[in-house]
Design a protein around this ligand. Structure first.
Ligand code: IMP
Length: 428
């Protein structure tokens, strides 16, 4: 094919700053494509000093003349999507064209209720810490083959039929399992029909549109949400999201073959964060964790929850390189580490008296694994003004070179501050 596909994925537990990296690449991209997840994601993009947070829209929506697509692999909450579209319209910022795959599944009101009810039922020890956006229950319906797809919203008879079946099933779950009120058919049916009317203008065959864009030489960016260690197959199951954030998920979630992909950019935060429950070997619940959280502004874009923070986990990062076929690294928030005397990186785990050199998605093992740290000299200087690699203090350069040596992947972009231009570009 004449065009190019680049995939952007999160290499950790999400919140690596993917939106910002997408923004840096924006000018050379023609089509921005979301392939999995839903409104559990939160991409923050700052343009002209204004902050935009998207949950469903691809980050490219702010670029004039670009095409943004939401693929079949995404679960779409129409209420949220329409609110994001209207918000951009009211600010005169709906600059790109949007296409939503007709085969993307719809997050229905009962999915959100069941998500929250299940979490409450799980109680303290077993909670996943979901975003409550109905993501898991929507994917459950997709895989149990009773889900409602975007294209169903345009066909009243199909919608009625599917909704009747689903509501009967879900109302049984709500009333008998969770002691909740049943949901009224008419209200939800009318709401879904209205969504259909509003979304009809955006629906399309995403796979074909992308294929044709590539045939005509365009550059397409697959925009991953969440991160590798939250992947349903490769993450720390069951403390994961219900989709495939890894790079291969892009092909499934957009309808293109794997040979379409030219480059896989892993976005890596210079330290680690995690939001929600689940094992996190390098977590620091003390002073360091607080410092990273405050300096890095580590609060969830979707739920506002404080993120758990700790040192970089090289064991997890090498795993992310492997399972994504990562070819480039974009290292974000290096400036957050400035001012520390010493920086640690987890290079292996101690587990039951032995040493683990490879990451495992086995949450039970990881929960009992203690990190083996290698220590590096820190740097005191503020690095926000650095625009070339050589402008960085030598200890910061050593940290970047160490990541390249251990992963075997070049660090081609370095974030040195929150602003759009506070970036060192080394070939990305
Ligand atoms: P769900 O995706 O809402 O089902 O949540 C499952 C897990 O993924 C929870 O631990 C969430 O905190 C986490 N999660 C979901 N979306 C994101 C995200 O965009 N960033 C970071 N964590 C996320």
């Amino acid at each position: 094919m004449k065009g190019r596909v680049e995939v952007i994925i999160g290499a950790q537990w999400g919140d690596e700053g993917k939106g910002r990296v997408v923004d840096s690449l924006g000018s050379r991209v023609d089509v921005f494509a979301r392939y999995q997840g839903g409104s559990n994601a939160g991409h923050t993009v700052i343009v002209d000093g204004k902050k935009y947070v998207f949950h469903l829209l691809p980050s490219g929506m702010l670029y004039p003349g670009k095409l943004c697509v939401i693929g079949n692999g995404v679960v779409v909450d129409p209420e949220q999507l329409l609110a994001e579209i209207k918000d951009l319209q009211s600010k005169g910022m709906d600059r790109a064209r949007l296409i939503v795959s007709g085969s993307a599944h719809v997050v229905m009101p009962y999915h959100k209720i069941i998500d929250k009810a299940q979490e409450a039922f799980r109680g303290k020890g077993k909670k996943i810490g979901t975003t409550g956006r109905g993501i898991g229950p929507a994917y459950v319906d997709k895989f149990s083959r009773c889900g409602i797809r975007i294209e169903d919203l345009f066909h009243p008879d199909v919608l009625r039929d599917k909704l009747e079946f689903n509501l009967e099933d879900k109302n049984r779950i709500l009333t008998r399992l969770y002691n909740l009120e049943p949901l009224p058919f008419d209200e939800i049916h009318t709401q879904a029909m209205n969504w259909g009317k509003e979304l009809a203008a955006y629906a399309g065959d995403v796979s074909r549109i992308l294929y044709e864009a590539l045939e005509s030489g365009k550059t397409v960016l697959f925009e991953g949400a969440q991160g590798t260690l939250l992947d349903i197959d490769h993450g720390t199951y069951p403390y994961v999201t219900s989709s495939s954030p890894v790079a291969a998920g892009g092909c499934v979630g957009l309808g293109l073959g794997p040979n379409a992909v030219d480059r896989v950019i892993g976005v890596v935060k210079a330290y680690s964060t995690r939001v929600g429950e689940g094992p996190f070997p390098t977590e620091d619940s003390g002073e360091l964790g607080n410092r990273l959280r405050e300096k890095g502004g580590e609060y969830g874009a979707t739920t506002g929850r404080p993120r758990r923070c700790g040192w970089l986990d090289m064991v997890g990062l090498k795993y992310a390189v492997r399972v994504n076929g990562m070819t480039s690294i974009a290292l974000t928030k290096l400036d957050v580490l400035s001012g520390l005397d010493e920086i640690s990186v987890c290079v292996a785990y101690d587990f039951e008296g032995g040493r683990l050199d490879h990451f495992t998605g086995n949450a039970g093992v990881l929960a009992c694994a203690t990190p083996v740290f290698e220590r590096f000299e820190g740097w005191k200087d503020d690095i926000a003004a650095c625009r070339n690699f050589d402008d960085l203090p030598s200890a910061a350069k050593d940290y970047v070179r160490y990541i390249e040596k251990e992963t075997g992947v070049p660090v081609q972009l370095i974030g040195v501050g929150p602003g759009r231009d506070e970036t060192i570009v080394r070939g990305l």
